[in-house]
Design a protein around this ligand. Structure first.
Ligand code: MSP
Length: 619
């Protein structure tokens, strides 16, 4: 059975084919990204927390999908390795001494070589930086299924086939391009994107208004893509798919950008580390076309046919593509236009996230404020860092990274509210039998109907909030509102802590001890008292179990440690398991606790990470 038919530009697309895999992607990361100056003064080209943020968002969405029953998914990430900046960074080795401006000039003069996709030192450099991203994502449990590099041979083949399809469909023509070109930004700039500045000898120079990098008047042959003919299709796509808060911004961009066609090649004198235009080795394919095609490579869309005529749509289109706000134009305009022109359906949705700043300022090498995710994952644990990024980041405005803030949040939420509750319920003093006691509705009713008003009220509140939690949070996950997920879960955990306090299980445990010591043991009373204590522990653990299942997409390691400790079987950790109280199901509790997991879930952090030294004690 086939699903709904969408029509773009006269091309029919079939979507909703049942066997299709779920497909989610991150952007591919530049291998010329910079890391901050740290105590060792080694500036390297490595990832920062902004990059990790894109990846962690996608990972959490993918894990949530799995939890709700999506069995086959493709989750792609990788590195973007072509272009002038990469080549220059590679030539210089470590980038700490690179004076980019002079390097670009030297490069332009010296660049008489042929196009190259195989230069060994450049590739070695790319491999080195790419492996940093790979290592970071592994360290932070970003569970990708494919890590693509644009220097992979499989990708070269995709880009060639994409080009040929566009050409065959009549959407590429040879043009003559002139305009202000900013080498550093690798883009032609419009008048509105330029600023005039007085140069060294009083001469007027043009610079990019956004980046401040110089622009030069350039005239050259380019291959052009007829993007302007896809405006209506873009607007249709935009109407049809969910773009969240950026929809109106995209509309404005479409109005501006799609007035013109897009230059999709560069002469090799300018860019020479890239993929040659098929049939014209004097031109190199524009890095963004090359980069965007990575999503097709991963989906194996052209793998069935050497000419790229037959399409393999088993993994197409992507369900959701996670991107940062800075690359919206490329993914919201260029990308869908290229796909429609190639006879392919555009992505079903884009999730556009905002950026991280540090103490209110943009992260930059020159400010020396780029936050290194490796260090922070060591200091705060990978899950701690993931939790902070997802809990503090919101899509509509930039997040501010601060080490003090992360420590406060992790201590109060993961250590005190979450971890401490687990310790209290599973500690030997209250839980000498080391079990997740079984519970019956009648035990709950007793707690609920306690004569102590605070006790009955806190119990009622806990049951209510816990019952409502899964459905509420499912909506938040579905709209990528991780901060709301965290808020809602923490709220329930705080209510559970209040319930625990109000029930005073330590008093019940003390009474129980005394009863056992009495000469004439009253077994019936012992049983009721034990049941009372069990009910308090069990209901609190039930809250932890449900919250643990729900938090798996955001903090997979901590959640699994918690669920292990509670003795929750690996097959009982799906979303449906969170939506049902254990005592109402098929008698799932009454489990022994896992003694191996008897360690604090999340240790309080007592020192704030400092670039120079770990010496600042949190007050
Ligand atoms: N290579 C392109 C993407 C090509 S995808 C076909 C690129 N790479 S990037 O390394 O500069 O950025 C990758 C991702 O990291 C983007 O989603 C970008 O928004 C994100 N971030 C880069 N800096 C960031 C912050 N300061 N904060 C949050 N995310 C940021 O663009």
């Amino acid at each position: 059975m086939r699903g709904i038919t969408l029509k773009f530009h006269g091309v029919k697309f079939l979507s909703g084919i049942p066997a299709r895999n779920y497909y989610i992607s991150t952007p591919i990361f530049y291998v010329n990204a910079f890391k901050t100056i740290d105590i060792h003064h080694d500036l390297e080209n490595t990832p920062h927390i902004g990059h990790l943020y894109s990846a962690v968002i996608a990972d959490s969405i993918n894990r949530f999908k799995f939890l709700t029953g999506v069995e086959n998914s493709i989750f792609s990430t990788g590195t973007d390795e072509h272009g002038l900046k990469v080549e220059i960074a590679a030539k210089k080795g470590l980038a700490n001494n690179v004076n980019l401006k002079s390097s670009f000039q030297q490069h332009r003069q010296a660049n008489k070589d042929k196009l190259s996709t195989t230069s060994k030192p450049t590739l070695e450099y790319c491999t080195k930086v790419s492996s940093e991203f790979h290592a970071l994502f592994k360290k932070c449990n970003v569970n990708f299924s494919d890590f693509i590099r644009t220097t992979d041979p499989r990708h070269l083949s995709t880009v060639n086939k994409l080009w040929k399809r566009l050409q065959k469909n009549g959407h590429i023509y040879e043009g003559f391009y002139s305009g202000w070109y900013c080498v550093s930004d690798e883009a032609f700039l419009k008048q509105s994107q330029l600023k005039e500045l007085k140069g060294d000898e009083g001469k007027t120079v043009m610079v990019s208004a956004e980046s401040g990098h110089p622009a030069e008047w350039t005239e050259e042959k380019n291959y052009m893509f007829r993007m302007s003919s896809f405006k209506d299709d873009l607007l249709y796509w935009l109407k049809d798919s969910k773009k969240y808060i950026y929809t109106s911004k995209l509309h404005t961009m479409i109005e501006e950008v799609s007035l013109g066609d897009l230059s999709i090649s560069r002469p090799i004198e300018r860019i020479h580390w890239g993929i040659p235009v098929p049939g014209d080795p004097s031109q190199c394919i524009y890095v963004w076309v090359d980069a965007l095609a990575n999503y097709l490579t991963v989906a194996k869309v052209f793998d069935d046919d050497s000419e790229g005529n037959e399409l393999n749509l088993k993994n197409w289109p992507p369900d959701i593509q996670v991107i940062g706000k800075d690359i919206l134009k490329f993914h919201g305009i260029y990308w869908p236009s290229l796909l429609i022109a190639a006879g392919l359906e555009p992505p079903k949705s884009l999730f556009v996230h905002s950026h991280w700043t540090v103490d209110g300022e943009k992260m930059s090498k020159s400010r020396g404020n780029v936050v290194d995710p490796f260090d922070r994952a060591d200091a705060y644990t990978p899950d701690g860092l993931r939790y902070f990024l997802l809990r503090e980041g919101v899509a509509h405005s930039d997040g501010n990274y601060s080490d003090k803030k992360i420590v406060n949040i992790l201590n109060s939420e993961l250590a005190d509210t979450f971890g401490n509750l687990l310790n209290r319920c599973t500690g030997k003093s209250l839980n000498p039998n080391q079990e997740f006691p079984s519970l019956k509705q009648s035990d709950i009713d007793k707690l609920y109907k306690s004569n102590d008003q605070t006790q009955s009220e806190t119990c009622e509140k806990l049951l209510e909030s816990l019952t409502a939690l899964p459905d509420k949070v499912r909506i938040y996950y579905s709209s990528q509102e991780f901060h709301r997920v965290a808020d809602a879960v923490m709220e329930v955990l705080r209510i559970t802590n209040k319930f625990f306090e109000a029930q005073r299980p330590w008093d019940t445990a003390k009474r129980l001890k005394m009863l056992y010591k009495e000469k004439d043991r009253n077994d019936a009373l012992i049983d009721t008292t034990q049941a009372e204590l069990n009910a308090i522990l069990s209901l609190s653990m039930e809250s932890l179990r449900i919250c643990g299942i729900i938090l798996q997409p955001m903090i997979p390691v901590l959640s699994s440690t918690l669920l292990d400790r509670l003795g929750v079987s690996i097959t009982k950790r799906m979303w449906t398991d969170a939506s049902e109280f254990s005592w109402l199901g098929a008698g799932k509790n009454g489990n022994p606790l896992d003694s191996k997991g008897n360690v604090p879930l999340f240790m309080r952090i007592i020192k704030v990470f400092e670039l120079k030294a770990l010496d600042q004690v949190v007050g």
